[in-house]
Design a protein around this ligand. Structure first.
Ligand code: GLU
Length: 491
């Protein structure tokens, strides 16, 4: 018999930005689907009428697209189980809820949110874990009919078993038992007629033939509820894998305190999507070997839930930067140039439609910078001097060289030499060394002030190759300008 096609889904709620944790969940569900040649489905869970926004939806698309997590079925591409937006599927949930009420497996709850909250506070004060106390389960049928006829607003609660345990069989965690007595009944349809997350998720995973629910650990306690709900509906449950959550370096839940938590911010910071993909895949999954920089294809091929860890992954931004730096060295300079371009254009440092010649020049810049530029953004910050005369002089360059009045003469003399030199690295090096010899100083005492003046920094790629890439006029102009500033005591 042919094996059943693997179908996973990512089911984000469009409330707020795309948190790194959400993307991590999406990535693992995507990897599992792709590894098994199955389908990856995007479903939008907008049953929170108050908090869902179109802006958040745009963020979800942007985050997934940036990482290259493509979906086979979803709101925009459609599919056999459309619509893929829960607010467009309300009737299907309502029909299920009605069926459960008729079967005596769910009941209307007339308690107002205030009443529920008040009773909850009392339970909490007694030190008992709060759960719905089942008040409306005990309302007699006549009274129930009367309240409904009067039009008293009600929610619908699902009736959980009161004794025994519910076992969740999880592909990462194994078997986890939950005591039914501790869970309590829960709402499946709100007073507004909207389903709760529990109802909608169960209904849709079934309708969309999801075979593997891969989601974050914080949903683990919902799963026994979902299992009981499925049983009441006569639905065969999918398989589950709950992924460990992501922690910050201090091992607390990853939050804004730890830096950017919205995925798309990493794009703005200058990360490459393939590096971020690689980095995120290693959070909670281990390929079982030392090599950590892996292509997307490699990761898809090796991925398995068996190799996923039960313990939380630590979001170590230093490691992300390291992986990014590795990719920046592997990618051809022309490709880096193509990726860097939008950042430069946005910063007003480069033309939006460069000529072939300018592209080739940019690729050369990327080539000499590749060992040092760990992020695409580095080109608009630290390596800005390639693109504009308007760069800052770093503190160290100032302290070490530009505060010394004798530097002015060195820079002017160098400018003179450069006016006559052939404009290529070797000749520039020879001219520089010749000046050092004439002055009877070490070559470093000319080279460092030159770098300080022309780039504003004390470190960077090979100076003479860098000079070669800047035009003679530019270099000579910067040397003279800086010499003037040194003389005028501007540093
Ligand atoms: N909409 C839920 C969330 O964003 C996901 C539910 C699930 O994956 O089952 O947390």
């Amino acid at each position: 018999m042919p094996e059943k096609e693997v179908r996973t889904r990512f089911a984000p709620s469009p409330t707020g930005y795309m948190h790194v944790g959400n993307v991590h969940t999406a990535l693992f569900a995507w990897l599992f689907a792709r590894h098994n040649h199955g389908k990856f489905i995007l479903r939008i869970e907008d049953t929170d009428e108050v908090r869902s926004t179109p802006d958040a939806l745009a963020h979800i698309y942007a985050g997934l697209e940036w990482l290259g997590l493509d979906w086979d079925e979803g709101p925009d591409v459609g599919g056999p189980h459309a619509p893929y937006i829960q607010s467009e599927r309300l009737e299907s949930y309502q029909a299920m809820v009605r069926g459960l009420v008729e079967a005596g497996k769910a009941y209307p709850c007339f308690c107002t949110p205030e009443e529920i909250d008040e009773r909850r506070q009392i339970t909490l004060a007694r030190g008992v874990p709060p759960r719905y106390d089942g008040k409306c389960k005990r309302v007699d049928p006549e009274e129930r009919a009367r309240l409904m006829a009067e039009g008293v607003p009600y929610a619908v609660n699902f009736m959980m078993r009161e004794t025994g345990t519910t076992t969740v069989t999880d592909l990462i965690r194994g078997e986890v038992d939950f005591e039914n007595a501790l869970m309590g009944d829960f709402v499946i349809q709100k007073r507004s007629g909207y389903p709760t997350f529990h109802m909608a998720v169960v209904a849709d995973d079934h309708a969309m033939e999801i075979t593997h629910v891969i989601r974050a650990d914080d949903h683990l306690t919902n799963t026994p509820r979902h299992l009981q709900l499925m049983e009441a509906l006569g639905i065969e449950p999918p398989q589950y894998a709950h992924l460990p959550i992501i922690l910050g370096p201090d091992r607390s839940k990853l939050s804004k305190r730890h830096g950017a938590v919205s995925m798309i911010e990493y794009k703005d910071l200058g990360y490459l999507p393939e590096a971020m993909f690689n980095f995120m895949a290693l959070l909670g999954w281990s390929p079982g070997e030392e090599r950590e920089v892996m292509t997307r294809e490699d990761i898809v091929e090796r991925f398995s839930l068996d190799a996923c860890s039960k313990s939380a992954g630590v979001f170590d931004i230093g490691k992300a930067e390291w992986i990014n730096g590795e990719y920046m060295q592997i990618l051809p300079p022309e490709e880096i140039a193509r990726r860097v371009m939008p950042y430069l254009v946005e910063a007003g440092l480069f033309e939006a439609e460069p000529t072939a010649e300018r592209w080739a020049w940019l690729a050369k810049v990327c080539d000499i910078m590749k060992e040092r530029a760990k992020l695409l953004k580095t080109y608009v910050t630290w390596a800005r001097y390639f693109f504009t005369d308007d760069y800052e002089y770093e503190e160290r360059a100032v302290e070490k060289w530009l505060k010394k009045v004798e530097t002015a003469d060195t820079l002017d003399a160098l400018a003179e030499k450069y006016e006559a030199a052939a404009w290529e690295a070797e000749a520039l090096e020879a001219a520089t060394r010749a000046l050092a010899e004439e002055k009877g100083v070490k070559a470093a005492e000319v080279i460092h002030p030159c770098r300080a003046a022309v780039t504003g920094t004390t470190i960077g790629p090979s100076l003479f190759h860098l000079l070669e890439l800047l035009e003679r006029e530019t270099v000579v102009g910067r040397l003279r300008r800086t010499a003037g500033m040194v003389r005028e005591g501007k540093f």
